[in-house]
Design a protein around this ligand. Sequence first.
Ligand code: ATP
Ligand code: MG
Length: 323
Amino acid sequence: MGMEKIFEISDLNVKFPLGEGFFSKEKGFIHAVNGVSLDVYKNEIIAIVGESGCGKSTFVKTIMGLEAKTSGSVIFNGKNLDDFKKDDMKNFRKKCQMVFQNPFSSLNPRMNVFDILKEPLIVSGVKSKKQINEKIFEVLELVGLDKSVIKRFPHEFSGGQRQRIAIARALILEPEVIVADEPVSALDVSIQAQIINLLLVLKQKLSLTIIFISHDLSVVKHVSDRVAVMYLGEIIELADKKSLFENPIHPYTQALLSAVPTVSAKKYKSKTLDGDLPSVKNLPEGCFFASRCSQAKPICAVKHPKCIQISPTHKVACLYLNE
Ligand SMILES: Nc1ncnc2c1ncn2[C@@H]1O[C@H](COP(=O)(O)OP(=O)(O)OP(=O)(O)O)[C@@H](O)[C@H]1O
Ligand SMILES: [Mg+2]
């Protein structure tokens, strides 16, 4: 892993106003992303894990400029997204591509594979038929699909093959970054490994940076170089994969790991997540995890922990370490 930064994200906050609906009287905000700072390095696979609703998708959409941030900054290849001109944004859209959870809904059912793959090229101004053909066959080969698939439609493929088509489409404009939001969680377990291995090969071959969202730690264990654990819109632990799986510090990370049969099962056996999850409409002033934490002290209810460095490759937000 090189240490050159491709993304530098500082103190990012994303709030959604409540009560926008005509009949809704609710006031206030949903605090979806809360003070997230994260550097993403070139050619790494960084996983973002956490329970449903913790803000993973909102976070990645925001750093891609697809969701408006409330505050904070996102720097891509040294340039602040806020300072992007039209051309910068166009280039950024090519350089960062997304792969979604459900290839059934992310591929247009009325287009055949050729047209699905041609579309981004046309939008980005490629006109030469020869170039278009070459590029399409090149990406199909990269994702392990035969040339003969081009005339077929999405419904004619299995889930795994459809995800290969979605990955081919993401690759066709030669991106630097792939943001994969739960790319394998809709697939059969037997197929998941194939798609994950494909992503690993592509990362190597094309020097990709991959931001990989998952709620499944056993998947993350295979695919990632580093892991960021999110809880209620915050990164509460960030570490290289080995440290995170062998020496998780945050009680929440320990609880997540205890639910993974293959990982540290013995070590963190008794850590279940009891207690109430605070509402994202009304976050507590103390540690967001305190209400469910087996180790919480009185101070945890009133003081919010900062994410601090405990080794060169490991950060944790827990008051036990802040003291
Ligand atoms: N456009 C929106 N408007 C209002 N609230 C939103 C919007 N998008 C997301 N949210 C809320 O923000 C919070 C974070 O949602 P998000 O989809 O980012 O979570 P997630 O970690 O990706 O969850 P999942 O694992 O289920 O995909 C949730 O409370 C969600 O309901
Ligand atoms: Mg999501």
